[in-house]
Design a protein around this ligand. Structure first.
Ligand code: NAP
Length: 491
């Protein structure tokens, strides 16, 4: 129950994905075992449980996409596959002792702050309730599939489904397959299916810039060496070249006219022009917006795969879906057996649809009416003791995500330190500090590459990039030392 001498606190963690498992493991490590992880699904893993599509790979290097406290010598390759990553999270949840704390098939329906007791009252989908001092919303960002409103979609005779709702019975091998969407998901799907389908059509409303990267497998000898000497893993995790690229990129995105952004666009352009030989296809695949405006795609094989026999790129508008396939605006009909909707996610939901009611009955839906927002992406005035991991305005698209979550956890630990010391029962950012922060964030966000004239899930409904608008160092510094005067601790 906390470290000796501390005021015992009870925690509710919402979501048993990457961030929720991390939060549970960190609590256990410091001796806090009074917590439950509420998980709406039947398994842990979040996005790695929901996404099971062929070709799923994480485009952050495997040793970087690992918890600092659970290095994994067994990663099979520089970029790990989805199933391997899912297995890693299951193993960490087991080995860290988090698993017995997870309540599966238990969606949080409501989260109501009681001003009198200073506790959060949670109502679960099974009808049970749970009271907690601290709520950690580790509910993820990209988990509400966006199914496009394509006329006639219901009439399609074959299987049509969203990429995050994979249908194991769908015809793929030797079949005629369509993939709508060319974000990271659509690109990885096309790579995997290009050697399996008899005919594969990649429907691209907006072609994407592709950053070339190198994939390679780790040999058995290398894996044995990693196991024998974890410093070898640390060397990869701290690789100067990798981090230099991260720093340059994350500093560069803050100003879309920066030389770093120009350099990235040049690399992507050369990748396209050097590798796509048919000039008609090359023009079809050329985006008409700045590289990295939409989330940059990292691939070592897309241009090769898309030029395989039987693979076609369709950039015309879709008129409707018919029982036989996809009818384009120009009248062309692409006859298909299977249609995969790699059409992305509604990134504005976060903890919702749970009804969240803070101090004095203030509703999160109202607080977020204009846009989801949080102080340094973590906490909100009027919602004491509620903290988000990878919440609104977090650098979710471009920084290594586990690193972000761990840094956010360090920040939260510092913010709640007064409660653990018994100096008060609640902590929240002041409205003044939050408003000043949000004003600065919006002004900076408008200048970023994400706001340079394209559509993407980064943009809120008013068109302002919803992501962290400053560089990596700024983020690391902000998470290292929360400004005490920006928070109010109450009895
Ligand atoms: P996404 O990046 O939002 O891409 C959705 C795609 O669907 C876009 O090409 C979009 O076109 C298209 N689309 C949406 N509605 C459409 C419609 N009605 N008609 C035609 N096309 C339509 O979604 P995602 O690929 O699932 O990726 C989401 C995020 O997940 C990524 O940005 C990334 O952060 C993460 N992710 C990461 C990895 C990884 O390797 N780490 C892998 C997969 C996903 P427009 O661009 O024209 O809107």
């Amino acid at each position: 129950m906390g470290t000796t001498g501390e005021t015992p606190l009870r925690y509710a963690i919402i979501g048993a994905g990457m961030s929720g498992i991390m939060a549970g493991a960190k609590l256990l490590k410091r001796g806090d075992s009074d917590f439950v992880v509420f998980e709406k699904g039947a398994e842990i893993g979040g996005t790695w449980r929901d996404n099971r599509y062929p070709g799923l790979t994480c485009d952050t290097p495997s040793h970087t996409y690992s918890y600092s406290f659970a290095l994994n010598p067994e990663w099979s390759a520089y970029y790990a596959t989805g199933p391997e990553i899912h297995a890693y999270f299951k193993r960490v949840a087991d080995e860290s002792g988090v698993m017995p704390h997870v309540r599966f098939n238990n969606e949080v329906r409501a989260c109501v702050f009681d001003d009198a007791t200073a506790k959060w009252h949670l109502t679960l989908s099974d009808g049970s309730t749970y009271d907690a001092d601290i709520v950690i919303a580790a509910s993820g960002v990209l988990h509400n599939p966006k199914v496009p409103e394509l006329p006639g979609l219901e009439s399609f005779a074959g299987k049509a489904f969203h990429s995050a709702r994979w249908d194991d019975d769908a015809l793929l091998d030797g079949a005629r397959v369509g993939v709508i969407g060319c974000g990271s998901t659509g690109i990885q799907l096309v790579n995997a299916l290009s050697s399996r389908a008899s005919r594969l059509v990649h429907f691209q409303r907006s072609p994407q810039w592709i950053m070339p990267v190198v994939q390679f497998e780790y040999t058995a000898e290398q894996r044995a060496a990693f196991a024998a000497n974890p410093q070898l893993i640390e060397d990869i995790r701290t690789n100067a070249e990798y981090w230099d690229a991260v720093y340059r990129f994350t500093e560069g995105v803050t100003d879309f006219t920066s030389p770093q952004m120009q350099e990235i666009e040049d690399i992507c352009r050369r990748n396209l022009e050097d590798n796509v030989h048919d000039p008609v296809l090359c023009e079809k695949l050329r985006p008409n917006y700045h590289a990295a405006c939409k989330r940059l795609i990292y691939s070592w094989e897309y241009y090769e795969c898309v030029q395989r026999p039987g693979v076609f790129v369709e950039t015309g508008g879709i008129e409707r879906i018919e029982p036989a396939g996809v009818r384009m605006n120009d009248g062309t009909l692409h006859e298909l057996d299977t249609l995969i909707l790699a059409t992305g996610f509604d990134a504005s939901r976060f903890i919702r649809p749970a009804v969240v009611s803070g101090r004095d009955g203030r509703l999160l839906d109202d607080f977020w009416e204009e846009r989801p927002r949080a102080h340094y992406a973590v906490s909100m005035p009027g919602f004491p003791n509620l903290f988000m991991l990878n919440g609104p305005g977090a650098p979710v698209g471009n920084f290594p995500l586990i690193d972000i979550a761990e840094r956010q956890w360090d920040y939260i630990e510092q913010v709640i330190a007064p409660l653990r010391k018994g100096e008060g029962r609640t902590v929240e950012p002041t409205a003044e500090a939050f408003d000043a922060y949000e004003e600065r964030r919006i002004a900076a966000a408008r200048k970023t590459i994400f706001g340079s004239g394209c559509t993407s899930w980064y943009l809120d409904k008013t068109g302002i990039p919803a992501t962290w608008p400053w560089g990596y160092h700024d983020f690391a510094k902000a998470m290292e030392s929360p400004v005490t005067s920006e928070f109010v601790v109450s009895a």
